[in-house]
Design a protein around this ligand. Structure first.
Ligand code: FE2
Ligand code: FE2
Length: 157
């Protein structure tokens, strides 16, 4: 599986969860808890494989992406901390929906930058074979991803 195709598939999976959350009723607390738990799992795994495999490979293979990669890590930092707060937050808490809304805004902005601004640079420079190999490594690494968002590298200050 091509690395960029794999990452974009993950983005789509997360976007589906976001749409479902937006459709859920104000008082659909159990549904919203389930959806947010899935977001935590998907986004933690995704951030982990990007940070462990894709970002370092992009930076090494396509040095022009370095600034984008560094900015992306800072965006992950905010996201994983928000995820760790959402893990503990009661869906009935008045801050819950607002926190999820800000999380979704952050992630959508981040995904747009990855897909429109710098993944294309990586695609142009790296060969198909290399992207294929990165994709395989990331698919395997998914099983090693931590459950705790704060165990992802970018959580550190
Ligand atoms: Fe990312
Ligand atoms: Fe991503």
């Amino acid at each position: 599986m091509d690395a960029i195709v794999l990452l974009k598939d993950d983005h789509k999976t997360v976007e589906k969860l976001f749409k479902e959350f937006e459709k859920a009723g104000d008082r659909a607390y159990r549904k919203k808890r389930e959806l947010v738990d899935q977001m935590i799992k998907e986004l933690t795994t995704h951030a982990y494989i990007e940070e462990e495999i894709f970002y370092p490979a992009a930076r090494a293979g396509v040095p022009e992406t370095a600034d984008h990669v560094l900015e992306s890590v800072e965006e992950h930092h905010v996201v994983v901390w928000m995820l760790s707060e959402l893990r503990e937050l009661d869906p009935e808490d008045e801050r819950f929906d607002a926190k999820v809304t800000v999380l979704m805004e952050n992630v959508r902005h981040h995904v747009e930058e990855e897909e429109d601004e710098w993944f294309p640079q990586v695609r142009e420079t790296m060969g198909r074979k290399e992207l294929q190999e990165l994709g395989e490594r990331m698919a395997n690494a998914k099983t090693e991803a931590p459950a705790d968002p704060l165990m992802v590298g970018s959580a550190r200050k």
